[in-house]
Write a protein that binds this ligand. Structure first.
Ligand code: ATP
Ligand code: MG
Length: 436
């Protein structure tokens, strides 16, 4: 089947008004009225559809009845004259002369994902769900967030690297690791590329990566996947305050770009993005416990602030906050101990209203003795030999440095106000879900 050389995309329609054009796509909606057929055509170039008007006395081929027999999902080329029409959903109408049916779609298309389908059906049929305006818009916005992120990091001179995601040892360890068989030995899927990024600052100074991280999350929440896209950065000669400043700039850069360039996508989701202003409120872990206590939520010093209290805390401020200086005993060995108060680390989570943590970050420890001691005291203890290459960073010319990890899907979820993180990725991986 020959592809017409002059295909026009729906996103470019305004340049072709009054001309005869050919467009390629799928039937999103079809309505038959006697000698008239209205087709809403979707072509994937935008969330917008184009109204095709098929009149029996204008259509040259195929037979009117062949078009009338089509169902949603059918793929076709449609040729005709493009007109502006205020009554059409997006202001354009194609008066169709010829249609070339590429592949029909079966009648049951509509039943695959009925409007009242439950979450599980929607996930099993996600390859169908991604067709069409809503989900394609989420995926498009996600791509924009990736693009703006890279723009920001590149503009600040950071170099993109791609560390391996199959690893031998993991700093956080624990129950969230996926173990795999690697030939005749054990290996793991990475939870974070941080340690490798730290090695790379000695080569490239400022580095970032955008790669999958894996967490065997057994809890079911609205913001956990087992595989997610981790945006991470590490920066040489950057202290804690420098890091928070950099991350505020990053968040503001991306949100401003989205607001400037992708307003239509935001409107589709009814989002009026409020751009936070610098500095974001800084709330120490200790202060957070006090605020929560006033609200009747008791958390023991040293305990995690879990999902729900985290949201209560950020609701108190109504804007993204930086929850910082977690107790030393709560945090892995690589978090820098605060110089003035060794009880706490120079660590910070960025907490967003309605969602919770989107960034985990901190200044990295450079004192090898303190690191060794903390590795030993972990449960189970970490063997420094497994991290010989990481310890070498501290032996041979360490420098003050800081870094962060952001969950791309959580960021997209927050920007669009999505109820569940599973909508912010092409094919979510969760406790009971690995297909499609
Ligand atoms: P949480 O407490 O929400 O599980 P975490 O403390 O385990 O988060 P980090 O280890 O600091 O998270 O990872 C850095 C970032 O990666 C988080 O701020 C979050 O945006 C993202 N992230 C972590 N776990 C997941 C997950 N299971 N699914 C999606 N994103 C995640
Ligand atoms: Mg976690």
């Amino acid at each position: 089947m020959a592809i017409p050389s002059n295909l026009v995309k729906i996103v470019d329609l305004d340049k072709h008004v009054g001309k005869e054009i050919v467009i390629a796509g799928w039937i999103w909606q079809i309505r038959k009225q006697g000698k008239l057929i209205f087709i809403e055509m979707f072509d994937g170039s935008t969330y917008k559809t184009l109204q095709l008007t098929v009149k029996k006395n204008v259509l040259e081929s195929p037979d009117f009845s062949d078009v009338a027999g089509l169902y949603r999902g059918a793929s076709l080329f449609a040729k005709g004259e493009l007109k502006e029409d205020k009554r059409a959903k997006y202001g354009f109408e194609l008066l169709v002369k010829t249609i070339e049916i590429l592949h029909p779609s079966a009648e049951e298309f509509d039943q695959l994902v009925p409007p009242d389908a439950g979450a599980d059906t929607k996930l099993s049929k996600r390859h169908i769900v991604i067709r069409g305006p809503r989900t394609s818009s989420i995926l498009r916005l996600r791509a924009k967030v990736l693009q703006y992120s890279r723009e920001f990091f590149n503009s600040r001179g950071a170099v993109e690297v791609t560390p391996p995601t199959i690893v031998e040892a993991q700093a956080e360890g624990g129950a969230e690791l996926f173990e795999i068989q690697y030939f005749n030995r054990k290996a793991y899927l990475t939870q974070s590329s941080q340690l490798y990024l730290e090695t790379a600052i000695f080569s490239l100074r400022d580095v970032f990566c955008i790669l999958p991280s894996y967490r065997a999350e057994k809890s079911r929440t609205r913001r956990h996947l087992t595989e997610y896209t981790h945006v991470e950065g590490e920066y040489a000669f950057m202290d804690f305050e420098g890091l928070l400043d950099y991350l505020e700039d990053y968040i503001i850069y991306v949100l401003k770009k989205v607001k400037e360039n992708d307003k239509e996508l935001l409107d589709l989701f009814g989002r009026n993005l409020e751009i936070p202003t610098k500095p974001f409120p800084r709330v120490t872990y200790k202060e957070a416990l006090e605020i929560l206590k006033e609200k009747g939520i008791e958390i023991e010093y040293g305990e995690d602030i879990s999902d729900a209290p985290e949201r209560t805390l950020v609701e108190h401020f109504g804007v993204p906050i930086i929850l910082c200086h977690f107790p030393t005993k709560m945090k892995p060995f690589y978090h820098k101990i605060n110089e003035k108060n060794p009880e706490v680390t120079n660590s910070a989570d960025f907490i967003f209203p309605g969602l919770g943590e989107i960034i985990g970050s901190g200044e990295r420890e450079t004192d090898i003795e303190s690191m060794l001691e903390r590795m030993k005291s972990m449960d189970p203890p970490l063997n420094p030999d497994d991290y010989y290459w990481y310890m070498d960073l501290r032996k041979y010319g360490s420098v003050p440095h800081s870094g962060f990890g952001l969950g791309l899907e959580r960021f997209v979820q927050w920007i669009l106000g999505l109820d569940h993180i599973r909508e912010a990725t092409l094919y979510p991986r969760m406790l009971n879900r690995i297909s499609p």
